[in-house]
Design a protein around this ligand. Structure first.
Ligand code: GLN
Length: 276
């Protein structure tokens, strides 16, 4: 079958599940053929081999069932990095780049900051900070062993040596003698009854990375309450959180004795990051 005909048919099948049907079809075929998508503009009449067609159709069928494109391709762009992804972690999101921007605004590139990323997942945040702060020493921790292994592969993939990853439930594996200048986290923050969980890509992502008790605030509260023991006195603690949680989180920061508590908006104009 010709490439242009194949892409047309695939896009039509995907319009029911994806807002980016044409792009998805191109990305999947480019992945199978190991070419860039510009190849399809140059060679629309080329024919796809039976073996490639079969691989493409398998991926297309999974996408039609709603599986996120990043899981099918196995990687996702985040900041300036290419991040391997797997279903044992969340897929890095553009909103989380906002957290990286706010973190960088409080760091000095000439200093050897000690930075901790709690619930690092793919390692995306830790790796973005490590690449922008070459003198910093970044540690990323995660409860899921598969995520720790994945984050380590992502450090190698992006050739970053100033970041280490370890297995830990929040601060549990850290010895309190180690104090950080910055602690960042994109923890689970969605309420278990939120209907958002039954729509789109999140259906395929691990619930343990998305859902938290107490209206989504349980993990954020826990971290705010114990973080002091792991921070130097001038340190910052910051979170990504839900669009309607900023006020509650600022209140908890204030109650725990933090100062300079401030929230920042994401690209959609929602409060998404709070720092203290
Ligand atoms: N922002 C993500 C979503 O709404 C959730 C990320 C998280 O829970 N940490 O899909």
């Amino acid at each position: 079958m010709r490439i242009d005909e194949l892409l047309k048919g695939a896009s039509e099948r995907l319009t029911f599940v994806s807002d980016t049907a044409q792009l998805d079809a191109r990305l999947l075929l480019a992945h199978v053929l190991a070419v860039s998508t510009s190849y399809f503009y140059t060679w629309p009449e080329k024919r796809v081999s039976d073996a490639d067609l079969e691989r493409f159709n398998l991926l297309l069928a999974r996408r039609v069932l709603g599986e996120p494109i990043a899981y099918l391709l196995g990687h996702q762009a985040f900041w300036s990095l290419d991040i391997e992804v797997s279903p044992c972690t969340l897929i890095p999101r553009a909103d989380t780049e906002r957290l990286v921007e706010v973190a960088l605004s409080v760091l000095d590139v000439n200093k050897a900051h000690r930075i901790l990323d709690l619930g690092t997942g793919t390692g995306a945040i830790a790796l973005a900070l490590a690449t922008e702060q070459p003198r910093a020493n970044v540690i990323g921790v995660d409860l899921v062993e598969g995520a720790v292994a994945l984050a380590k592969r992502n450090a190698l993939r992006n050739q970053l040596g100033n970041v280490t990853f370890m297995h830990s439930s929040w601060f549990d594996a850290l010895n309190g003698t180690e104090k950080f200048d910055l602690i960042v986290s994109n923890p689970p923050y969605i309420d278990p009854s939120d209907e958002h969980l039954s729509k789109g890509d999140v259906r395929f992502e691990p619930k343990s990375a998305l859902v938290a008790g107490n209206h989504g605030l349980a993990d954020i509260e826990h971290i705010i309450n114990v973080a002091h023991g792991f921070m130097v006195s001038s340190a910052y603690l910051m979170f990504e959180h839900g669009y309607d949680q900023a006020e509650a989180i600022r209140e908890r920061f204030n109650l725990a004795g933090f100062s300079s508590v401030e929230s920042f908006q994401d690209l959609g104009g929602n409060d998404r990051v709070t720092i203290g």
